[in-house]
Design a protein around this ligand. Structure first.
Ligand SMILES: N[C@@H](CCC(=O)N[C@@H](CS)C(=O)NCC(=O)O)C(=O)O
Length: 193
Protein backbone atom coordinates (compact mmCIF):
# COMPACT_ATOMS: atom_id res chain seq x y z
CA UNK A 1 0.00 0.00 0.00
CA UNK A 2 1.19 3.51 -0.76
CA UNK A 3 0.32 6.43 1.52
CA UNK A 4 0.63 9.98 0.20
CA UNK A 5 0.90 12.20 3.24
CA UNK A 6 2.83 14.61 5.44
CA UNK A 7 3.86 13.54 8.97
CA UNK A 8 2.93 17.03 10.23
CA UNK A 9 -0.67 16.66 9.05
CA UNK A 10 -2.95 15.57 11.90
CA UNK A 11 -4.95 13.55 9.38
CA UNK A 12 -1.87 11.86 7.94
CA UNK A 13 -0.61 11.13 11.42
CA UNK A 14 -3.98 9.60 12.34
CA UNK A 15 -3.60 7.13 9.47
CA UNK A 16 -0.07 6.16 10.52
CA UNK A 17 -1.08 5.81 14.17
CA UNK A 18 -3.85 3.41 13.12
CA UNK A 19 -1.44 1.44 10.94
CA UNK A 20 1.12 1.14 13.76
CA UNK A 21 -1.53 0.29 16.36
CA UNK A 22 -2.82 -2.48 14.08
CA UNK A 23 0.72 -3.66 13.35
CA UNK A 24 0.40 -3.24 9.59
CA UNK A 25 2.67 -0.21 9.17
CA UNK A 26 5.29 -2.44 7.54
CA UNK A 27 2.82 -2.94 4.68
CA UNK A 28 2.72 0.80 3.94
CA UNK A 29 5.17 2.72 1.78
CA UNK A 30 4.95 6.40 2.68
CA UNK A 31 5.42 9.11 0.05
CA UNK A 32 5.76 12.73 1.18
CA UNK A 33 3.33 14.79 -0.86
CA UNK A 34 1.66 18.19 -0.56
CA UNK A 35 -2.07 18.76 -0.88
CA UNK A 36 -2.17 20.22 -4.39
CA UNK A 37 0.73 18.17 -5.78
CA UNK A 38 0.27 16.22 -8.98
CA UNK A 39 0.32 12.73 -7.40
CA UNK A 40 -2.28 13.80 -4.85
CA UNK A 41 -4.73 15.42 -7.27
CA UNK A 42 -4.32 12.32 -9.45
CA UNK A 43 -5.89 10.35 -6.61
CA UNK A 44 -8.00 12.93 -4.79
CA UNK A 45 -9.72 15.66 -6.84
CA UNK A 46 -10.07 17.63 -3.60
CA UNK A 47 -6.28 17.96 -3.54
CA UNK A 48 -5.92 16.91 0.08
CA UNK A 49 -3.70 14.48 1.89
CA UNK A 50 -3.74 11.76 3.11
CA UNK A 51 -4.46 9.47 0.14
CA UNK A 52 -3.91 5.73 0.06
CA UNK A 53 -3.39 3.49 -2.94
CA UNK A 54 -4.20 -0.07 -1.89
CA UNK A 55 -2.36 -3.11 -3.24
CA UNK A 56 -5.15 -3.82 -5.74
CA UNK A 57 -4.92 -0.23 -7.02
CA UNK A 58 -7.97 1.05 -5.13
CA UNK A 59 -7.52 4.77 -4.48
CA UNK A 60 -8.83 6.07 -1.19
CA UNK A 61 -8.90 9.50 0.34
CA UNK A 62 -9.98 11.19 3.51
CA UNK A 63 -8.35 9.92 6.67
CA UNK A 64 -11.67 8.61 7.97
CA UNK A 65 -12.13 6.37 4.94
CA UNK A 66 -8.48 5.26 4.95
CA UNK A 67 -8.50 4.43 8.68
CA UNK A 68 -11.67 2.39 8.29
CA UNK A 69 -10.13 0.57 5.31
CA UNK A 70 -6.99 -0.21 7.35
CA UNK A 71 -9.20 -1.61 10.10
CA UNK A 72 -10.07 -4.44 7.70
CA UNK A 73 -6.41 -5.22 6.96
CA UNK A 74 -4.60 -7.69 9.21
CA UNK A 75 -6.07 -9.28 12.27
CA UNK A 76 -5.24 -7.13 15.30
CA UNK A 77 -7.84 -5.58 17.55
CA UNK A 78 -10.14 -3.26 15.57
CA UNK A 79 -9.99 0.48 16.19
CA UNK A 80 -13.56 0.98 14.99
CA UNK A 81 -15.66 -0.61 17.75
CA UNK A 82 -18.92 -2.43 17.05
CA UNK A 83 -22.42 -1.48 18.05
CA UNK A 84 -22.85 0.66 21.19
CA UNK A 85 -19.35 2.07 21.38
CA UNK A 86 -19.11 2.73 17.65
CA UNK A 87 -21.17 5.92 17.52
CA UNK A 88 -19.31 7.34 20.50
CA UNK A 89 -15.96 6.67 18.84
CA UNK A 90 -17.11 8.12 15.50
CA UNK A 91 -18.51 11.22 17.18
CA UNK A 92 -15.26 11.71 19.05
CA UNK A 93 -13.39 11.38 15.77
CA UNK A 94 -15.70 13.99 14.21
CA UNK A 95 -15.03 16.39 17.09
CA UNK A 96 -11.27 15.83 16.94
CA UNK A 97 -11.11 16.14 13.15
CA UNK A 98 -13.09 19.36 13.49
CA UNK A 99 -10.42 20.71 15.83
CA UNK A 100 -7.77 19.72 13.29
CA UNK A 101 -9.75 21.26 10.41
CA UNK A 102 -10.14 24.52 12.32
CA UNK A 103 -6.47 24.60 13.33
CA UNK A 104 -5.24 23.82 9.80
CA UNK A 105 -7.51 26.49 8.33
CA UNK A 106 -6.45 29.02 10.94
CA UNK A 107 -2.80 28.37 10.27
CA UNK A 108 -3.34 28.92 6.55
CA UNK A 109 -5.18 32.18 7.16
CA UNK A 110 -2.59 33.43 9.65
CA UNK A 111 0.21 32.99 7.17
CA UNK A 112 -1.31 35.73 4.98
CA UNK A 113 -1.45 39.48 5.64
CA UNK A 114 -4.05 40.54 8.17
CA UNK A 115 -7.34 42.00 6.96
CA UNK A 116 -10.76 42.21 8.70
CA UNK A 117 -12.42 39.32 6.81
CA UNK A 118 -9.43 37.07 7.43
CA UNK A 119 -9.25 38.04 11.11
CA UNK A 120 -12.92 37.06 11.45
CA UNK A 121 -12.21 33.64 9.98
CA UNK A 122 -9.29 33.18 12.38
CA UNK A 123 -11.37 34.18 15.42
CA UNK A 124 -14.14 31.81 14.34
CA UNK A 125 -11.70 28.90 14.10
CA UNK A 126 -10.29 29.80 17.54
CA UNK A 127 -13.79 29.65 19.01
CA UNK A 128 -14.43 26.24 17.45
CA UNK A 129 -11.26 24.87 19.03
CA UNK A 130 -11.94 26.53 22.41
CA UNK A 131 -15.48 25.11 22.63
CA UNK A 132 -14.29 21.66 21.60
CA UNK A 133 -11.46 21.61 24.16
CA UNK A 134 -13.96 22.62 26.87
CA UNK A 135 -16.19 19.69 25.89
CA UNK A 136 -13.24 17.29 26.00
CA UNK A 137 -12.15 18.63 29.38
CA UNK A 138 -15.67 18.12 30.78
CA UNK A 139 -15.90 14.60 29.37
CA UNK A 140 -12.36 13.26 29.02
CA UNK A 141 -12.05 10.39 26.53
CA UNK A 142 -11.48 6.82 27.72
CA UNK A 143 -7.94 5.53 28.10
CA UNK A 144 -8.29 2.87 25.43
CA UNK A 145 -7.16 3.15 21.83
CA UNK A 146 -9.85 3.56 19.21
CA UNK A 147 -10.43 5.82 16.23
CA UNK A 148 -11.91 8.51 18.46
CA UNK A 149 -9.13 8.66 21.02
CA UNK A 150 -6.47 8.46 18.29
CA UNK A 151 -8.06 11.39 16.46
CA UNK A 152 -8.15 13.48 19.65
CA UNK A 153 -4.48 12.76 20.36
CA UNK A 154 -3.54 13.77 16.80
CA UNK A 155 -5.56 16.98 17.04
CA UNK A 156 -3.93 17.95 20.36
CA UNK A 157 -0.54 17.07 18.92
CA UNK A 158 -1.22 19.41 16.02
CA UNK A 159 -2.10 22.26 18.42
CA UNK A 160 1.23 21.64 20.17
CA UNK A 161 3.06 21.66 16.84
CA UNK A 162 1.52 24.77 15.28
CA UNK A 163 0.30 26.82 18.25
CA UNK A 164 2.91 26.05 20.89
CA UNK A 165 2.74 29.68 22.01
CA UNK A 166 -0.91 29.20 23.01
CA UNK A 167 -0.69 26.56 25.74
CA UNK A 168 -3.99 24.72 26.28
CA UNK A 169 -2.95 22.47 29.19
CA UNK A 170 -3.38 24.91 32.11
CA UNK A 171 -7.05 25.47 31.34
CA UNK A 172 -7.64 21.78 30.56
CA UNK A 173 -5.76 19.79 33.23
CA UNK A 174 -7.80 16.59 32.95
CA UNK A 175 -7.41 16.53 29.18
CA UNK A 176 -3.70 17.27 29.54
CA UNK A 177 -3.26 14.30 31.91
CA UNK A 178 -5.16 12.05 29.51
CA UNK A 179 -3.02 13.23 26.58
CA UNK A 180 0.24 12.64 28.49
CA UNK A 181 -0.83 9.06 29.19
CA UNK A 182 -1.89 8.49 25.59
CA UNK A 183 1.46 9.77 24.36
CA UNK A 184 3.20 6.88 26.14
CA UNK A 185 1.69 4.52 23.59
CA UNK A 186 4.25 3.59 20.93
CA UNK A 187 1.91 4.36 18.01
CA UNK A 188 1.63 7.97 19.21
CA UNK A 189 5.17 8.35 20.55
CA UNK A 190 6.62 7.15 17.24
CA UNK A 191 4.61 9.60 15.14
CA UNK A 192 5.27 12.90 16.93
CA UNK A 193 5.74 15.40 14.08
N1 LIG B 1 -11.12 15.47 5.94
C1 LIG B 1 -9.80 15.30 5.40
C2 LIG B 1 -8.96 16.54 5.68
C3 LIG B 1 -7.61 16.46 5.00
C4 LIG B 1 -6.89 17.80 5.01
O1 LIG B 1 -7.46 18.86 5.36
N2 LIG B 1 -5.61 17.77 4.63
C5 LIG B 1 -4.82 18.98 4.53
C6 LIG B 1 -3.46 18.80 5.18
S1 LIG B 1 -3.60 18.71 6.94
C7 LIG B 1 -4.55 19.27 3.07
O2 LIG B 1 -4.21 18.40 2.31
N3 LIG B 1 -4.70 20.55 2.66
C8 LIG B 1 -4.38 20.97 1.34
C9 LIG B 1 -5.47 21.76 0.71
O3 LIG B 1 -6.58 21.84 1.26
O4 LIG B 1 -5.19 22.32 -0.35
C10 LIG B 1 -9.17 14.03 5.98
O5 LIG B 1 -9.59 13.61 7.05
O6 LIG B 1 -8.29 13.44 5.33
Amino acid sequence: MKLLYQPSSPFGRKVMVCAIAREIDDQIVTVLAGGESEPVVGVNPLGKIPCLVANDGTELYDSRVICEFLDGVGSSIPLFPDHGLRMRALRLQALADGISDAAVLRRGEQSRPSEPARDDVIEKQKRKVARSLAVLEADVPADHLDIGTIAVACALGYLDLRFADEPWRDAHPALAAWFAKMMERPCLARTIP
